[in-house]
Design a protein. Structure first.
Length: 209
């Protein structure tokens, strides 16, 4: 049975990113995969790459040697047959938690050699999902950038952007006057279900890669 690792890079449980990641995970499970969902913000303390270059030494080529909350996650990804990544977009980039994982995941494989360029011995499919309170097209460049790197070092990558999301149930509580709340709520009821189906389909498709 194939194993899929799904990463929720949002600190908020039960909201947009978490929902879409779990839909993708359910899609993979429906196609016969064993799926493990990991909530990054529930792990023990971890950091991004600390530039120790341990992963470039002869003894640990291609393996991050930093022992913290991400160590076990990176090993699970190394053994997996597919990877689902999800994050909200904060200030034009993925969350700090997912960025830390991304740094550690990718940098360990970079050889700094002409050939081979990567220490990775196998390629696995990736599904990358982002959510944002701005229109989805604003995240196109962000997705394209991450997709290029993921495809270079991990494997073929599908992407999904969910934009103009509903952020909270009660906007009046925060006096967020710049948003059209009715529009956001309507989108939540009409468009977001379609995005859930798209995420489910991405997960199911991973086993066909």
């Amino acid at each position: 049975m194939k194993k899929i690792i799904a990463i929720n890079g949002s600190p908020r449980s039960g909201w947009n990113t978490d929902i879409l990641v779990r839909e993708a995970a359910a899609g993979a499970a429906s196609a016969g995969a064993e799926v493990e969902v990991i909530d990054l913000y529930r792990l023990e303390k971890f950091t991004g790459c600390v530039s120790c270059f341990g992963c470039k030494t002869e003894a640990y080529q291609g393996k991050c040697i930093c022992r913290d909350g991400l160590a076990e996650v990176l090993e699970k990804i190394r053994q997996a047959d597919g990877l689902i990544l999800g994050s909200p977009v904060y200030l034009g980039d993925v969350s700090a938690g997912l960025r830390a994982l991304y740094e550690r995941l990718i940098f360990q494989y970079i050889t700094y050699r002409n050939e081979p360029r990567s220490y990775s011995q196998r390629r696995i499919p990736v599904a990358l999902i982002v959510t944002s309170n701005v229109p989805a097209e604003y995240d196109a460049e962000l997705l394209a950038r991450y997709k290029r790197t993921l495809e270079a070092f991990i494997g073929p990558t599908q992407t999904l952007a969910s934009g103009n999301t509903l952020q909270v149930n009660n906007y009046e509580r925060y006096n967020w006057t710049m948003f059209n709340v009715e529009e956001k709520q309507q989108r939540r009821e009409t468009v977001f279900p379609q995005e859930r189906k798209a995420a489910f389909g991405m997960g199911a498709k991973m086993l066909k890669e």
